[in-house]
Design a protein around this ligand. Sequence first.
Ligand SMILES: Cc1cc2nc3c(=O)[nH]c(=O)nc-3n(C[C@H](O)[C@H](O)[C@H](O)COP(=O)(O)OP(=O)(O)OC[C@H]3O[C@@H](n4cnc5c(N)ncnc54)[C@H](O)[C@@H]3O)c2cc1C
Length: 305
Amino acid sequence: MKGKTPTETFDCVIVGAGPAGLVAAIYLARFRRSVLVIADGTSRARHIPRSHNIPGFPEGIPGPDILRRLRRQAKDAGAAMRKDRVDKLSHVPKGFKVGIGGTHVLAATVILATGSSDHRPIPGLSSKMTWDGKVRWCPICDGYESMDRRIVLVADSAHGSDHALFVRTYTSDLTLVVVPGGVPMAGPDRRQLSLAGIRLIEDSPVKVVVGADEGVLKLSGGESLPFDVLYPMTGSHGRSSLARALHARFTRSGDLRVDAHQQTSVKGLYAAGDIVSSLKQISVAFSEGAKAATAIHRSLPPNFR
Ligand SMILES: Cc1cc2nc3c(=O)[nH]c(=O)nc-3n(C[C@H](O)[C@H](O)[C@H](O)COP(=O)(O)OP(=O)(O)OC[C@H]3O[C@@H](n4cnc5c(N)ncnc54)[C@H](O)[C@@H]3O)c2cc1C
């Protein structure tokens, strides 16, 4: 670990090396702050076969490439990196103790950029299906690339019609499969779906099979739905257990609260990217990482040259 012993205090420890954490690291290192990024290698961005909506890359860029570029830029600016899992976070008099297995590092401030986990509602989904573009997770990101394809969307009753009406922007051949278990879908939602020509099926997916040309989603009632693109969209949850350990405040719906500068209700503890944002996008993660880093630099004692 560059320039620090375990008992020295970093200006900032960033948990997470996805777009949010790495942009925060680039900014803080360029503000001449000591910064350590700790991450366990599970960024959602590593699953992106090729993104076409990241501004500045008109020909598109694979997720692993954007992560590589960001890591290089952060390292070149002076950020230290460590591959590990943070399993504890606690207060100490001058900031935070960040626990990694049996060891720890100290930090004046911490940014949680730990991202979110997608719920996986369908047995048989594999990373290869995502990599081949048959299974997609984010219509805001890549609905444009699914234009005029046969799309099957799997969602819960609360959010299904919103998601389906959004995806209808891109195709007229759309089936919404609503998984049972939530509140029944409201009448106005059903009418909107019907007016938009979206087929609605309420049943549980039991298996997905993907061949060279098309995939098939099998339902518990026996129906098989062929598709070109499948969107499993039954939600996600922020990876926020470290914030809970410090009793940070959450909204009623379970989201970690942050202020306009990305600071949580715990002084010195910031959060950026998918962990806090409902619009789970790389551009948003960039922006929140930059905001958190700039607020932290301003909050620390001056480091005049
Ligand atoms: C298939 C797919 C395609 C997508 N396509 C696009 C697209 O085209 N355009 C777009 O804008 N967005 C896209 N997204 C969304 C995008 O990947 C996310 O919005 C983005 O990665 C969020 O960045 P983040 O830094 O908040 O979190 P992540 O990138 O998920 O990074 C989280 C980081 O936290 C680390 N971490 C978590 N917990 C711990 C812990 N306890 N200890 C140590 N490290 C930890 C992980 O290792 C990782 O480094 C896509 C997502 C998927 C799944």
